[in-house]
Design a protein around this ligand. Sequence first.
Ligand SMILES: [Fe+2]
Length: 353
Amino acid sequence: MSVSALDAKPAPSPVRQEFYRRLRQQNAAPLWEVLSALVTPVPKPRCVPTIWKYEDMRPLLMESGGLITASEAERRVLMLENPGIPGTSQITQSLYAGLQLVLPGEAAPTHHHAPSALRFVIESNGGFTAVDGEKTTMHPGDFIVTPSWTYHDHGNPGDAPVTWMDVLDIPLVNFLDAGFAEHHPQDTQPLTRPNGDSYIRYGANMFPVDYVPERHSTPVFSYPYARSREVLHQLYKNGPLHACHGIKMRFINPATGGPPIPAIGTFIQLLPQGFRGAPHRFTDATIFCAVEGSGRTQIGDSSFTWKQHDIFTAPSWMPVSHHADGDAVLFSASDRPLQQMLGLWREETPLRA
Ligand SMILES: [Fe+2]
């Protein structure tokens, strides 16, 4: 395919229009009319840079708590929809995200589904997620994994609301027409292992001697923030600091070194006080959630000031630069592992002048 073929777009003459009409009758169409939009020289995302301020979203989330119970809703979630692709229930082209609320005394019933999920905990004092027979207590900043087709339920025995950000690969699963879902026969699944067993068993650079991976996702259901934060702190002291990312780590499946969820990459980064990150870009549209601190992120022509719990998204291939006021921590998620598996992922760090 030549460059001229990519750029050329013949004006449809009446003769051609008549030809196209007959093609449509055969469920066919001329490639040359759409080639330049179909095979683009660079990514042309329909998603747009967007921020969801927690101070705006939290009152709406609490209002939803008075409108519907967690059990009636099954999951009481306000979806975060990218305004560039309205009505799609998507925050990026490949990912779904939402803010979920479980009020004191509530439980969200047990189900399982083909899409994989992560929970990034925002507010919790005793809330829990149970996955595959194991309960995990949720603490702010914890990153919790619900692998594909594992039964899961949520509960809040505490006295304050529990909120978190959900990210699922629903758009990918539906794109592939590979979605299944079922309810568990019991609202609350029976527990078969002690609270936090998977982290102890698989999250300490050791495995049981006869361990054989049972699935593609991580065997660790929770990545506690206390541990991630300590690592960021120590690595900042040890250096070096990346010009674009500050100190940035990717979460891994300890059994493979790959991502905890096959299609979703998850990252956490420390932007130290006064950090002025260099512009960079990457092909994986990314969801950021501010865990601590405040700052400003430039995404293309958009500039977002953010603080703790705000969520923002950067579309594919738009220049991104992060600035921090005080020490700040960002959690992020994207489809990077899938793009890497397909040999598609690209980045420019920093941007070439
Ligand atoms: Fe679910």
